[in-house]
Design a protein around this ligand. Structure first.
Ligand code: ZN
Length: 58
């Protein structure tokens, strides 16, 4: 079990996160290791906000 990612869980703010691969869009996926946390996997979508060309795409 690795706990060195510079990522924290959006639910419990735990730093004990492991990388579980990638989503269909190539975004890195993470899993919270806290046994009491309901969040299983999550992605850091907010990191890609600045790269989006348009926010109003209908
Ligand atoms: Zn968590």
């Amino acid at each position: 079990m690795t706990c060195y990612q510079e990522v924290s869980c959006p639910e419990c703010d735990s730093k004990c996160i492991t990388n579980t691969g990638h989503s269909l869009y190539g975004e890195p996926r993470y899993r919270c290791q806290e046994p009491d946390c309901l969040t299983e996997t999550f992605m850091l979508k907010y990191r890609y906000r600045a790269c989006e060309p348009s926010l109003s795409k209908h």
